[in-house]
Design a protein around this ligand. Structure first.
Ligand code: CA
Length: 231
């Protein structure tokens, strides 16, 4: 039997909330809904939903705080649906651990597509990800040997380039912000900046992309960060 996915909707606008619930039901998802951040955090513990849809402007707390609470115990996908369209808000939500960001007003078809992406990822990685190898088109990574191959020919990677590539692949489909990448690769202490990152990304791309002006693997999300393509 197919698994029934449970989706938690955190939204205080009744009209939007009902609209999302109706659409989810039609698509065969189970759903739970709430209009407050506090109840949402409780429902996350009690029901362990598979995907979380979160509005940022809630009556009792900021949605960013809700992300922080949920991320302290769960890595389930969080899709932010918010009227806040500033880049800085998007970055803040992604930095806190949101997986995706949809700006209101939105098309239901788009939200449903993003939910399908989240669910596909869950299907592929039901638990903690422990990949031994990864393959896509002409790129192959052997994680046990820390080796990267293009058209079956091993290419030389510096440790940082390898870490960058592995990080992006492990999070493929998800936008990683400049800050997230800097923290993961260089740690908090060192003074790596976004310019540094751009330089490393350029050399990494030259090694793995056949057409660096039209990258197949590492996609730039302008002003936000990078994403490894899932297509
Ligand atoms: Ca709201």
């Amino acid at each position: 039997m197919e698994k029934e996915w449970t989706i938690l909707i955190i939204e205080d606008d009744k009209y939007i909330s009902n609209f999302i619930c109706m659409s989810l039901k039609q698509e065969g998802y189970r759903y739970i809904k709430t209009s407050t951040g506090r109840e949402a955090i409780g429902l996350c513990y009690a029901n362990n939903p598979d995907v979380i849809i979160l509005d940022l402007g809630l009556p009792d707390m900021d949605g960013i705080q809700v992300i922080e609470h949920i991320r302290s115990h769960s890595d389930k996908p969080i899709i932010v649906v918010s009227a806040r369209q500033e880049e800085s808000e998007k970055i803040r939500a992604l930095d806190m651990g949101a997986d995706d960001y949809v700006v209101k007003p939105f098309y239901m078809g788009e939200l449903l597509a993003r939910i399908r992406v989240a669910v596909r990822k869950l299907e592929k990685n039901p638990g903690v990800e422990m990949m031994e190898s990864f393959e896509k088109d002409y790129l192959r990574i052997d994680f046990s040997k820390r080796s990267v191959y293009i058209d079956d020919r091993e290419i030389h990677m510096t440790p940082i380039e390898y870490k960058l590539l592995a990080l992006l692949v492990m999070n493929r489909g998800k936008v990683l912000t400049h800050n997230q990448i800097l923290k993961k690769i260089w740690g908090y202490e060192e003074g790596a900046d976004a310019n540094n990152l751009r330089v490393f990304m350029a050399t990494l791309r030259r090694k793995i992309e056949k057409d660096t002006t039209n990258p197949r693997f590492i996609i730039t999300e302008v002003g936000v960060g990078y994403r490894f393509s899932e297509e």
